[in-house]
Design a protein around this ligand. Structure first.
Ligand code: NCD
Length: 307
């Protein structure tokens, strides 16, 4: 049975440690990024129904780094635009016997449903406001690198948390690794939660070890919440003035709204780890692909009917 990665809970704490170790081994060894052919002969299909820069290319680079091949389905030209259901699309792609399908969709739960129609691994590249497991794993790797053991450490997640799959996955995963997650944003951006939450980052900035800024997910808003993103920025943009000399690291999943989420000068500050997160993202996705594909039973098809 193929294993899927639909949300962070699909991996036990020990399995997450294994993924982090494997990802770290790729980062540590200069040659490891292309010396290993763990996915030689394997095909990974990427199918993204929402725009993406980092996640899509990161999965594709990760597959190629491990010697695998990528087939990217251009959804604007796929048969879903001719009325084929998503489930039939998935079943048809699966019939070509890929080792994994990476999917992103605007509706929460799509990857979970697709997993019922296929025999290969389904990897969630982000579904609605629900989950983005590989993003949380790469954030965990970045936090561990700079903060060491996360037990008792604190992170403020700032911004549109209610609509953020990145926040959702991080709340689960970072909490499991002992971090206290504090939610910061205007009341309409804060979900119903038992977590500590506040309106202004100034209230907690002296006690946190890390800040994760998020993009305002305007595509998921039914009506404009701020009259302009500039108004939002005046309350929530992360600036050098706000950080002062504090020893805090700053994360953001991208895409960054410059001078709305994070100021130009803060993006250049050494405490800002945004590009490092992207590098870690490739290593994490290599580790996830290798683990799901080669440790479970999705072998390269031996008797593919037409060859
Ligand atoms: C995020 C996403 O798409 O969920 N970006 C990403 O994957 N790196 C965050 C966002 O779109 O704001």
């Amino acid at each position: 049975m193929a294993r899927h990665l639909l949300e962070t809970k699909d991996f036990s704490k020990e399995e997450v440690e294994g993924i982090l170790d494997l990802a770290q081994s790729y980062l540590d060894s200069k040659n490891a990024l292309n010396s290993k052919n763990a996915l030689l002969g394997h095909i990974v299909i990427t199918i993204f129904f929402e725009n993406s820069t980092r996640t899509l290319s990161s999965f594709e680079v990760a597959t190629k780094r491990l010697g695998g091949s990528v087939v990217r389905l251009d959804v604007s030209k796929s048969s879903t635009t001719k009325g084929e259901t998503l489930f039939d699309t998935a079943a048809n792609l699966n019939a070509m016997q890929p080792s994994a399908i990476v999917v992103r969709h605007k509706n929460s739960g799509v990857p979970n449903i697709l997993a019922k129609y296929v025999t290969c691994s389904i990897i969630n590249g982000g579904d609605g406001a629900h989950a983005h497991p590989t993003q949380a794993l790469l954030d965990l790797l970045t936090l561990r690198k700079h903060l060491g053991n996360l037990e008792g450490k604190k992170i403020a997640i700032v911004g549109d948390i209610r609509n953020s799959r990145v926040a959702n996955s991080n709340i689960e995963l970072l909490g499991r690794f002992g971090m206290e997650v504090i939610l910061v944003g205007p009341p309409h951006f804060i979900p119903k939660t038992k977590l500590r939450h506040c309106i202004s980052l100034k209230e907690v900035i002296d006690s946190v070890d890390a800040v994760m800024s998020l993009r305002t997910q305007t595509e998921r808003h039914d009506y404009p919440i701020y009259s302009s993103l500039k108004d939002y920025a005046s309350d929530y943009c992360i600036t050098r003035e706000l950080f002062g000399e504090r020893n805090i690291i700053l994360l953001h999943p991208g895409p960054v709204h410059r001078n709305i989420d994070i100021s130009d000068s803060m993006l250049q500050d050494p405490r800002c780890k945004v590009l490092e997160q992207v590098t870690h993202g490739v290593a994490i996705r290599m580790a996830v692909l290798e683990t799901l594909i080669t440790h479970s039973k999705n072998k390269i098809p031996k008797n593919f009917p037409y060859f």
